[in-house]
Design a protein around this ligand. Sequence first.
Ligand SMILES: [Zn+2]
Length: 293
Amino acid sequence: MNDYLVKATACEGTVRAYAIRSTELVEEARRRQDTWATATAALGRMLTISTMMGAMLKGDDKITVKIEGDGPTGPIVADANAKGEARAYITHPHVDFDLNQQGKLDVARAIGTSGNLSVVKDLGLKEYFTGQVPIVSGEVSEDFTYYFASSEQVPSSVGAGVLVNPDQSVLAAGGFIIQVMPGATEDTIDYIEQSIQSLPAISSLIQAGKEPEDILKAVFGKEPFRLLEKLPIKFHCTCSLERIKNVISSLDLEEIDQMIEVDGGAEVTCHFCNEQYHLTKEDLIELKQTRES
Ligand SMILES: [Zn+2]
């Protein structure tokens, strides 16, 4: 079963909805980041929500979301674009706690309950949108719900969940974002709120084999919705040897000389995908000469 997300509208266009199955995406991030269970859930929720937010963009636009709490995971960063490609990294992946009182992975304890959630949208032509809100719970979904209301003035309900197998692999991951547009009636808002409150945990729906469309059916109930798009999603990192060379080339000359003379080369690991790049002494000398010319 491949991961994908769906976009839809309902209630005469006054409600916008996104739903996603991200099991494989989160599993790939887990393998690359080597996260332990609670950290996997934290990373997975960030990745799942940012992938849906990426799908709200157009063309070559990109989004970066970062949650920086006072918990042991340290900052978690996720990038996504309008093509359904996403990646993420977590500063300290080896974080695991007992389940919380609700029997869920204790994401708030891993991320922390104090700090910031920030969003940067790269809208091309050097145009950026940035927003930042304080963390309200550290559970990620609630933090994004608050972000949308406070920073984008769009009343939204955000859900994301990750289930982890005893062998640490990801069993199920998914989420939804439901947004109420101006013009929505009180009845519509009440209806959506009640239906979301009675929704089972999103990760258990995915585990039970439900598709993103089924999540929307569960949210909208008897209210019909119109499917606008179905978008395959995947883990994708933008790093390359060329980009790594550009980064090294921008360092101080002394640092490059040190790599040449002392280290005899350079090993660079991408934070996001854990890909390793090796530059030989000769590569570095060539970089330096290109820079000087
Ligand atoms: Zn990479």
